[in-house]
Design a protein around this ligand. Structure first.
Ligand code: PLP
Length: 634
């Protein structure tokens, strides 16, 4: 556990149990007495073809823990509750979940359900997000906010107005000045009184990777001139009372409470000024930015860590709002946050398998075919070979390296010219590798091939170099003997991971040798990836989404219950995404099989047309990933 710093980024949810497997305590610290859910047992159960009604899910697999979502929501609310009580703040906290972090139906429904007693609402940034937020909130607390952010056209604004008509507590947040006229016109046309918010472009700047939306040149929001214009225009049309919320978002992963307090303080000043201008202000919405400590370092200097706890975050926010409002004698507003990453990151684990390594087995001297060396080498290369042998006898390792490089280079040139055969080149390569290994110069880092697409499942690693904790989910009672990088299934040089938390260029890993899980399989988990990764991922090489299960803690013998299991995208599913028609494709191929396979099973062992067709049908239905212990139905 120490090797992978699990206590740093995983507490209180992830730890290592006495079997050396990752254990999950989805309810957090309250369940320290519970034995925890053994993640390896979950994987075995859901992939067992005899279990779960014969579903036999294939990897990669996302294991969701809804109870983690519940615990995150409770922790966030109690952090604000504590800050509000202890500082005598005279209003309450009422957050919203930005659905863009993970729009999965179960995730959003769970958040609405678990957040109902805290009036927890949703934030949407596009029309489909608004539609899903509207329908989910119909089952939520009627006071829960529905915050409409993002670029808006008349269709989006009409939909948000309809949401108000449906008695959802909807706020249309103006991101651009042009949206104001649309809101005024459409609300008059539809006879619906809107609640309006403005997104302020703060001067406070978050300098990390995720802060590029902040500052005066930020992509979103209104500057002070525009905010004043909004207030004046609303006053002119008799709608200033509709302006009730001030929003800002200075970027995800706010590194420190100093920066946070600076931003919240600036926004609170704008809030108070809007009150002075006559708006019926009610809510200050501090956006997202509550960070996650991906490497457990508690550093304020890096994009993947933050230097505060939930409690410190809430205290800084409440303090900053109260200070400004008290000085201006303004009633304390409701505090809303749009924390996404901090709510959903911990709730899921992506499990994938390493199927092989590039482990180079040095050939035995006897198998090198050294006789070839003598045959075709040029005079210079032969001299290198003799010098190499002599240096090896004398134990002069640096000289050996010099001659192996030189010999290899000359032989490659000879091969390219056509004067050296492939057996000779192979013998030279083998000899050089053997020498490197013998003198301890062989590359100790292995490439672990993983049954995964980084583009589909860890897109932020590829896109912005974000690091996530990656850890074997078993064998953690054995010291890893190797160091490895991970290479995925895509035919793409970017489909590899060679940077890991702690600035490591390789990961401590175990040798693949049939130990551990009992069946020789080696499972890795990518943790803290519950936010953003699922929707951002693409289908490069037509690798689709992983299988998904929901797992809850139970008191039964297994300590867990699988409450939902969905197979990953099939080949047909991903083909459809690119507008192919799998049903027609199948008919075409079946027809060809009938033409080619006339006469049924042949004496020469060729499959019948029917067998070919059924194998093709299975290929469409299977996932695109590798199948362990390959089963061929022909
Ligand atoms: N609100 C807005 C407007 C955002 O743009 C974002 C994400 O960048 C969020 C909320 C969620 O931020 P986070 O995941 O850091 O909480």
């Amino acid at each position: 556990a120490a090797l992978y710093k699990i206590d740093g980024w995983g507490a209180p949810y992830f730890s290592v149990n006495s079997s050396g497997n990752i254990s999950v305590r989805p309810h957090g610290p309250e369940t320290l007495s519970h034995q925890g859910i053994d993640l390896l047992k979950v994987v075995k159960k859901v992939s067992d073809p005899k279990d779960l009604g014969g579903l036999g899910l294939k990897l990669p697999l996302i294991v969701r823990f809804p109870d983690v979502l519940k615990n995150r929501l409770e922790s966030l609310n109690s952090a604000f509750e504590y800050a509000i009580q202890s500082q005598g703040y005279e209003s309450h906290y009422q957050g919203v979940y930005p659905v863009k972090c993970n729009q999965d139906r179960f995730v959003v429904e769970d958040i609405v359900k678990f957040g109902s007693s805290f009036r927890f609402g949703l934030e949407a940034g596009s029309k489909p997000e608004l539609l899903l937020a509207m329908s989910c909130l119909c089952k939520g607390n009627p006071e829960a906010l529905l915050v409409c952010n993002g670029f808006k056209d008349s269709e989006y604004i009409s939909l948000a107005l309809v949401a108000r008509k449906l008695a959802l507590n909807t706020v249309i947040v103006l991101e651009q000045l042009e949206e104001l006229d649309l809101v005024i016109d459409l609300s008059k046309k539809l006879h619906i009184r809107p609640v309006i918010g403005v997104r302020a472009k703060l001067r406070t700047r978050h300098l990390g990777h995720f802060g590029s939306t902040s500052g005066e040149k930020g992509k979103f929001g209104l500057n002070t001139t525009q905010i004043v214009r909004v207030a004046r225009k609303l006053e002119q049309v008799g709608m200033l009372d509709c302006l009730q919320l001030l929003h800002f978002h200075i970027g995800s992963q706010i590194p420190s409470t100093t920066l946070l307090a600076d931003g919240v303080g600036e926004a609170a000043q704008i809030y108070c000024e809007l009150v002075r201008l006559g708006a019926q202000m009610h809510v200050i919405d501090i956006g997202g930015g509550l960070g996650i400590d991906y490497d457990g370092s508690k550093s304020t200097e890096s994009d993947i860590s933050v230097g505060y706890t939930l409690e410190e975050y809430a205290t800084a926010v409440v303090q900053a709002v109260r200070y400004v409002c008290d000085r201006k004698s303004i009633k304390h507003p409701v505090i809303c946050s749009e924390s996404g990453r901090a709510i959903v990151s911990h709730h899921s684990v992506l499990i994938f398998e390493s199927v092989s390594t590039s482990a180079y087995e040095s050939p035995a001297l006897s198998s090198l075919g050294l006789q070839y060396l003598v045959e075709g080498l040029s005079e210079d290369a032969s001299a290198d070979y003799r010098n190499l042998t002599a240096a090896a006898m004398r134990g002069e390792y640096d000289t050996c390296l010099l001659y192996t490089d030189q010999l290899k280079q000359r032989c490659v040139e000879q091969f390219k010219e056509g004067s050296l055969g492939i057996e000779q080149l192979a013998a030279v390569d083998g000899l050089c590798d053997l020498v490197s290994k013998e003198i301890g110069n062989a590359d100790p880092v292995r490439t672990y091939h993983v049954n995964l697409s980084i583009f589909t499942s860890i897109p932020d690693y590829w896109g912005i170099g974000q690091l996530f904790p990656i850890v074997p989910i078993h064998r953690l009672d054995q010291r890893p003997s190797e160091r490895g990088i991970l290479s995925d299934l895509t035919c793409d040089s970017d489909g590899k991971m060679d940077k890991f938390i702690g600035c490591e260029s390789s990961l401590p890993l175990h040798a693949l040798e049939g130990k551990g899980g009992g069946d020789g399989r080696y499972y890795l988990g990518m943790f803290l990836g519950g936010a953003y990764e699922e929707a951002l991922g693409g289908v490069h090489n037509l690798f689709g989404g992983p299988s998904i299960v929901r797992v809850s803690q139970s008191d039964g013998p297994h300590s867990f219950a699988v409450t939902c299991a969905v197979p990953g995208s099939s080949c047909a599913d991903v083909l459809r995404l690119m507008r192919h028609e799998p049903e027609l494709m199948f008919q075409t191929l079946k027809h060809r099989a009938e033409e080619c396979g006339q006469g049924g099973d042949n004496d020469d062992g060729l499959a019948s047309a029917a067998a070919l067709a059924s194998s093709l049908a299975q290929s469409f239905n299977n996932m695109p990933y590798l199948v362990s212990g390959s089963s061929c139905c022909l």
